[in-house]
Design a protein around this ligand. Structure first.
Ligand code: ADP
Length: 399
């Protein structure tokens, strides 16, 4: 074999090896492609079988993926959604509101959890979606978008609205006869219909007190329905928090003395005037202070503190009372919830006060929280922004 033939043979051998390597790579690619297609099919099956609308957004908030469910929920073909943002499907007012919440989450790269938003379907219907999503980051940790799912909760929302409207109507209707009972009992007690003996007085006082509790309950139910229907108004005006607190303390003076409670006020000197709705802010003081009085045994101590803590005013009400059992603390702001320990003490209450004031505080951009230990005491804290409450048009005040 001459040198030339040997060179050709070696080259052929090299080419053969390269061909085999290429074939192997192609085979691997085909396998990966199969795996990818199987994965894609799996995802499509999940997306098709899910009642939720699954989506993916790029870093600028445009849809890069929309599952087919969108056509049943909003009447759009997925292709019509790609390139749009979620806010393009909402009214301008709703988009502004939801965008603010989304922007805070996106800036912190936090998951989006249970954000309710009203959308306009292709045929003009209003559809309420509950959005959940997680941030998507690349290998270097840069945010490249969000992925998530939207649940259609329009029917539940409509049922909730109907329930709140019913409670509102029923409470409103109940108020008139209850007020009449109150007036007439007062008149009977005052002897307007003739002298009454001590026994009759005792029974009438029971009727009067029971009726008063019923009026309080009906008012609280009316407030809850107004909060849930979003129909309550907020009318801020410049005010001194300490003056509102003082007028509530005056109302509670009798109970404070009766229970021999040691009441302390700690107001920071020269507190600023703040723009708040006086009625709503009084409700915050009323609830926190009357709870502290109700849930602290005789001889206990209550301390009300008001101070400035930029950018907020901090109100705190500390008591040395029954406290809130650890295992029930997560329910304390839920509607109608009352902890076992205070119910066992035969205290009066509806379990609506904290739910109502939490809604007031949060709708004002503030925060409410507490620390408590059973049989040691409880401290409730409220932050109200120094910038004050936002005016909110509504048809009804809270009462
Ligand atoms: P209510 O006082 O009418 O029951 P709230 O909504 O104001 O309703 O309070 C809900 C529950 O929270 C109370 O029933 C009680 O179990 C608990 N709670 C509130 N404040 C205190 C407090 N200062 N000390 C102990 N428990 C409290």
């Amino acid at each position: 074999m001459d040198e030339h033939t040997e060179e050709i043979r070696k080259q052929k051998e090299r080419l053969e090896k390269q061909r085999t390597a290429i074939l192997n790579v192609l085979e691997d690619i085909a396998k990966e492609k199969d795996k990818f297609q199987a994965l894609e099919k799996k995802f499509e099956d999940i997306a098709r079988s899910s009642s939720d609308f699954l989506w993916e957004l790029d870093e600028d908030g445009h849809y890069t993926y929309a599952s087919g469910r969108i056509s049943e929920i909003l009447g759009y073909h997925p292709g019509e959604i790609i390139g749009k943002t979620p806010f393009d499907l909402m009214s301008e007012e709703e988009a502004d509101k939801v965008k603010k919440v989304f922007d805070i989450k996106v800036a912190k790269r936090e998951p989006i959890i249970d954000i309710k938003n009203w959308n306009l379907a292709k045929d003009g219907r209003k559809v309420c979606l509950l959005t959940n999503g997680v941030p998507v980051v690349d290998k270097r940790g840069n945010l490249i978008g969000y992925r998530g799912a939207d649940k259609d909760i329009t029917v539940q929302e409509e049922i909730d609205k109907a329930k709140s409207e019913f409670v509102s109507l029923a409470s409103h209707q109940l108020r008139t006869p209850l007020t009449a009972i109150s007036w007439y009992t007062e008149m009977l007690l005052a002897g307007d219909a003739g002298a009454i003996n001590d026994n009759q007085k005792k029974y009438l006082s029971e009727v009067y007190d029971g009726n008063k509790r019923m009026i309080d309950l009906v008012n609280s139910l009316l407030n809850v329905s107004r909060i849930e229907l979003g129909t309550f108004m907020v009318e801020p005006e410049p005010a001194h928090l300490e003056e509102m607190a003082d007028s509530v303390i005056k109302e509670l003076d009798h109970s404070i003395k009766e229970r021999k409670l040691d009441f302390h006020k700690e107001y920071e000197a020269s507190l600023p005037i703040i723009n708040v709705d006086i009625k709503l802010t009084r409700m915050i003081f009323q609830n926190l202070l009357s709870n502290a009085v109700k849930y602290t045994p005789e001889g206990g101590k209550i301390t009300l503190t008001i101070k400035k803590q930029d950018p907020n005013m901090l109100i705190s009400v500390a008591d040395t009372g029954y406290g809130i059992p650890k295992n029930q603390q997560s329910h304390i702001f839920s509607k109608l919830f009352r902890a076992d320990n205070v119910m066992a003490k035969d205290t009066e209450g509806t379990g609506l006060g904290l739910y109502i004031i939490k809604s007031i505080v949060e709708s004002s951009g503030g925060k409410i929280w507490f620390e408590s230990e059973e049989n040691k005491g409880t401290t409730f804290f409220v932050n109200l922004p120094l910038s004050g409450m936002q005016k909110k048009k509504g048809s009804k005040p809270l009462s």
